[in-house]
Design a protein around this ligand. Structure first.
Ligand code: SF4
Length: 360
């Protein structure tokens, strides 16, 4: 039974300089794309009641509301469900907020990135700090209490104190959830070709991350994953489902899914997708070893980590004899093992990629 679904909307008015997501400015294709998406959903969705639906992008807030409604109406929903849409602050008007509030949407993720107008302009965002504040307040007045924002650290010219100012400004807003992402220069982006000057190095990024974690914790936002913080009761149920290594549908161009033991993804080519939205480009049956590795890899992203006893039972292994050397090597500075729980320390989160690779 699959209870979770992701939908990708691959359109943006312009391309941010750091962006490696699948998004194009071909707004004229939106209607055709949505009809292809509806076909994919009609063919592959089996009618389960969804616990979570996440509409990401790209910029889903570019969708005309009648097209968005067609997508939302394709699904059945559990009594308690979470339905998130990503929005660009620029697109939020009181009409959009009221339409969303009258629909199935009950959680909004606002792409903020920074409250520093000079930095926003340097990274190619179209909005400024004033439009963020206005968007969040408009959504809140329309009835949304579950609002999340994303912030990026390590941006060109950014300092630790500048980033902490961003956090403080975020905390003045009615937001229940904050995600922090470190800037990565990805191949194929504007920044990969024209490296910005004054880019904070990895030590500075680590300082920013740690200072931000402290500031958020001081204000009651609990870290529940490497990059995610929430007031009690407001963790993203959709993302927690990924980190629990559970199944989910992925609909739309470049979307990934995990159903019936197969991980699959759709083509990243919008025209190819629109010609044939039903067939995934790639599907791989996950072996037991891969499933175990994914369980560790994804589970250790969570602040609560993994439960060794549960993994032993699920995979019929002795976790400690298999991975004891790695645990000993990194405990207690980077990994903590208390009872049946194994988790990263905050310092460990910063080194999680090389440490996790030792589990594979
Ligand atoms: S709004 Fe998001 S998806 Fe669109 S270009 Fe910017 S970073 Fe990429």
């Amino acid at each position: 039974m699959i209870r979770n679904a992701y939908i990708h909307i691959p359109f943006c008015k312009s391309k941010c300089r750091y962006c490696a997501f699948v998004s194009v400015p071909e707004i004229n294709k939106i209607t055709g794309y949505v009809y292809s998406l509806l076909k994919e959903i009609a063919d592959n969705y089996r009618g389960e009641e969804l616990s979570t639906l996440y509409i990401g992008g790209g910029t889903p807030s570019l969708l005309p509301f009648e097209l968005l409604s067609k997508i939302l109406n394709k699904f059945r929903y559990a009594e308690e469900y979470e339905c998130t849409i990503e929005v660009n602050p620029d697109d939020v008007t009181s009409i959009l907020a009221e339409n969303y509030a009258a629909s199935r949407i009950n959680r909004i993720s606002v792409g903020v990135q920074s409250f520093d107008d000079a930095i926003l302009s340097a990274i190619g965002r179209r909005h400024n700090a004033a439009s963020v504040i206005s968007a969040v307040n408009t959504l809140n007045h329309a009835g949304f209490e579950n609002i999340s924002i994303d912030l990026i650290y390590g941006l060109p010219g950014q300092t630790t104190s500048g980033f902490i100012d961003d956090i403080k400004r975020a905390l003045e807003l009615p937001v229940k959830h904050i995600s922090l992402y470190g800037l990565k220069i990805e191949e194929g982006t504007y920044f990969a070709e024209y490296k910005p000057e004054l880019l904070p190095d990895s030590d500075k990024q680590a300082d920013m991350y740690l200072a931000a974690c402290d500031e958020l914790e001081k204000n009651g936002y609990k870290q529940y994953e490497i990059s995610n913080f929430a007031l009690p009761g407001y963790s993203s149920k959709h993302n927690v489902n990924y980190w629990n290594n559970n199944t989910y549908y992925g609909f739309g161009v470049s979307a990934h899914g995990y159903t019936d033991g197969f991980r699959y993804y759709n083509t990243s080519d919008i025209d190819a997708y629109m010609n044939n939205p039903v067939q995934s480009e790639y599907a791989h049956h996950v072996t037991d070893t891969e499933r175990l590795e994914e369980e560790i890899f994804l589970g250790l992203r969570k602040a609560d980590g993994i439960n060794i006893d549960e993994i032993n039972k699920k995979f019929n292994i002795d976790f400690r004899s298999r991975y004891g050397k790695i645990i000993d090597k990194y405990s207690p500075e980077f990994l903590l093992c208390a009872g049946e729980c194994l988790r990263f320390t905050r310092k460990g989160f910063m080194l999680s990629t090389p440490i996790l690779s030792e589990f594979l």
